[in-house]
Design a protein around this ligand. Structure first.
Ligand code: FRU
Length: 501
């Protein structure tokens, strides 16, 4: 009997070791994203401190090192050479005492303006929000930490905080080097006041207030995670400034969402334009929040944005284990201007993962061949958009599908996940819409992973990101239209290689 007990406990031990190993190395659990970053285990929310430095893209992220619910917020860390294949490293900046490490950014200090670097060797400086709760009284301040070894280990600045307004809500600094002015620039949020405050600094330590932006646009929730960036224009369009602001709750899609303003920044003040398209949503789906752009990208590279693919409405309920939370696919940004006005264009980065290409040439069939299981990518063009509504359904079985379509009568593009699988909360089943621009191309690009669908329509001017939790991972793609006749389509399909080699 004792022998049997020993044997079973040995077997249990071996089994749990195997489970731990597979959980840590295989990335093959149910719903485990195959082309999107997710931590090996535990909770993540916002991406933090996106920066390119010495050949590596760094992704820091809000992370609970102890469990799969929000708490003990620290900065997790992963690095990549191509923005797709990530290697998770040990926690970068851990919660300390009663101070959690909230969202922020990382700057490359080239000129040793901080005095933290070894002279002549640029180093990384993190600017993050410290969140303290002392006897029920919350205080958020801006703080520094630096790394002399490519982000592997971090030292907190002894004289933290560097900005303290004695407020409970003052967070998410986005810091970049302003070349024109020759100083550091910070955009930081006053969430309850619906303001983004701009500061300047010569050394990241002493900050001078420049101006406030807001309230403006949508103010139905807290303003969080601002990001101010320069976005190049396509063709004759000049480079513009974009100010992106997270809104939670109260986004039009429900819960968390992200609005942007296009405008000018004179070194002190952001002034939004008024022409059509100057104000919009970086994502019209429910699951892209607190996206930020990379600092220090090589010259000539378009800005790259990564967001948290989730929504605070149900983030704690995702049916995934041993991790909870994942990032959006990285996208390159540009501005286009046409008869419909201005627009931010987002181009997802997937090319290095593409394989098993198939071209669809003027197909009149309903089913698109070659699609079997996620992850895959599809790019569809509808050259003769004459029907009142048409689009594509991604089926996982006869009763479950996600529908992405154009409704010309209602002038909207929509993504409907009401039949896509598990409804993990009351707010989960949803159909979100975006305004359809009648004069832009009718096209849809889909990136389908094991627990998400990211849709980019009308030349990337509309992005819609949704989590889905299908019952099966088998996929079929079918076209539909109001008349029942499949719409004419051209395009391409690819299988996507998993990023977890
Ligand atoms: C947004 C946010 C940030 C904050 C962080 C805390 O998702 O609420 O404003 O810094 O998450 O984890």
């Amino acid at each position: 009997m004792a022998f049997f007990r020993l044997n079973t406990s040995l077997a249990a031990c071996a089994f749990s070791l195997l489970l731990t190993l597979t959980a840590q190395t295989a990335y093959q659990e149910r719903y485990r994203p195959q082309v999107h970053f997710s931590p090996r285990k535990h909770w993540t929310n916002d991406p933090n401190g996106l920066v390119y430095f010495k050949g590596e893209y760094h992704l820091f992220f809000q992370f609970n090192p102890f469990g799969d619910q929000w708490g003990h917020m620290s900065w997790g860390h992963a690095v990549s050479h191509d923005l797709l294949h990530w290697r998770q490293l040990p926690v970068a900046i851990a919660e300390m005492g009663n101070e959690m490490v909230f969202t922020g950014s990382v700057a490359v200090d080239r000129g040793n303006t901080t005095g933290f670097c070894v002279t002549g060797k640029p180093c990384l400086v993190a600017v993050y929000t410290g969140h303290r709760n002392v006897a029920g009284e919350v205080r958020q301040t801006q703080n520094l930490a630096y790394s002399l070894d490519q982000g592997r280990t971090w030292t907190r600045y002894a004289a933290n905080p560097v900005l303290d307004l004695h407020m409970a809500d003052f967070r998410d600094p986005s810091v970049s080097w302003d070349e024109r002015e020759g100083h550091w620039l910070m955009a930081v949020s006053l969430p309850k006041e619906h303001k983004v405050r701009f500061y300047a600094s010569p050394d990241l330590k002493t900050w001078t207030q420049l101006s406030d932006f807001g309230p403006a646009g949508d103010v139905d929730g807290d303003w969080e995670c601002p990001d101010l960036l320069r976005v190049p224009g396509e063709k004759q369009t000049p480079e513009l400034w974009m100010l992106k602001i997270g809104l939670n709750p109260g986004a039009p899609q429900g819960g968390s969402g992200e609005q942007y303003f296009l405008g000018g920044f004179d070194g002190k003040r952001f002034v939004p334009f008024t022409q059509p398209g100057s104000h919009g949503w970086t994502n019209y789906g429910k699951d892209d929040y607190c996206a930020i752009s990379f600092n220090n990208l090589p010259r000539g590279q378009q800005p790259v944005l990564i967001g948290w693919m989730n929504n605070w409405q149900y983030a704690s309920k995702l049916p995934t284990s041993p991790w909870r939370g994942q990032m959006s696919i990285p996208r390159r940004l540009s501005i286009i201007e046409d008869s419909e006005g201005l627009r931010v264009r987002q181009q997802p980065i997937t090319a290095p993962l593409r394989t098993a290409h198939r071209a669809i040439r003027q197909s009149e069939a309903t089913q698109i061949p070659g699609i079997h299981k996620a992850p895959f990518e599809v790019d569809l063009h509808f050259p003769h958009a004459s029907e009142s509504s048409f689009g594509v359904r991604v089926y996982t079985d006869e009763e479950h599908w996600t529908e992405i379509g154009f409704d010309r009568d209602k002038r909207e593009i929509y993504l409907d996940r009401r039949h896509s699988g598990k409804a993990i909360s009351q707010e989960f089943p949803s159909r979100t819409t975006a305004p359809l621009a009648q004069n832009r191309d009718y096209d849809i690009r889909l990136i389908v992973d094991r627990s998400s669908i990211e849709a980019f329509a009308q030349n990337g001017t509309i992005a819609m990101t949704h989590l889905i939790f299908p019952w099966s991972q088998r996929n079929r793609l079918k076209l539909f239209s109001a008349s029942g006749k499949p719409p004419a389509v051209t395009g391409d399909t690819w299988e996507l290689r998993s990023i977890w080699r």
